[in-house]
Design a binder for this molecule. Sequence first.
Ligand code: CA
Length: 222
Amino acid sequence: MVEDERDIATLIVHYLVREGYRAETVADGRTALARIEKSPPDLVILDLMLPGVDGLEICRRLRRNESTAAVPIIMLTAKGDETDKIVGLELGADDYLTKPFSPKELMARVKALLRRAKREEPAETKIQYGRLTLDSSRHQVMDGRKEIHLTAKEFGLLESFLRSQGRVLTRDHLLNTVWGYDFPGTTRTVDVHVRHLREKIPMLAEMIVTIKNIGYKLRDDL
Ligand code: CA
């Protein structure tokens, strides 16, 4: 839990512990980065406004670092500003909540993200697509021999595409599959993440086709 407002941090940790999690708080950005990189936790709750290094910058750095790239991140923002949400998601947060939020809602998000992370672990399927390999048991994507680092959401999105090659997937379908039915985001979230996939994996720029006003399709004519 990265949060400089002591009351909020204490309250959330109280809830986390009551749910059976081990939780720790850090109150500033620099300490948070050092702590997370030293021993990556299963999940990070990250406040946007922090002294020193802010939440967006922390998010960006965690995503760049191989050992923390897949750690689920829930971003807390006080602004409720659409731009911040989009920026947060673009930098790799998996979910976000706007303050004031209910601790119960946060616990529900924590559970959902951890459940998803766990569910992806034991599935030992490898999917091959041209020179691209997605290994869900290792949460790894290889483009030839080069490893591609994806956020949890980008990974989920890619997996959805690979499992439905040649089929048109609507934005709503992708939003429900990858983010879950109770995710309050908009279909714009899907667009942002598809753009990231296309940027990170150049072959997808051509192979993921935009179906105007509907969604996307991964071509099956490799
Ligand atoms: Ca704060």
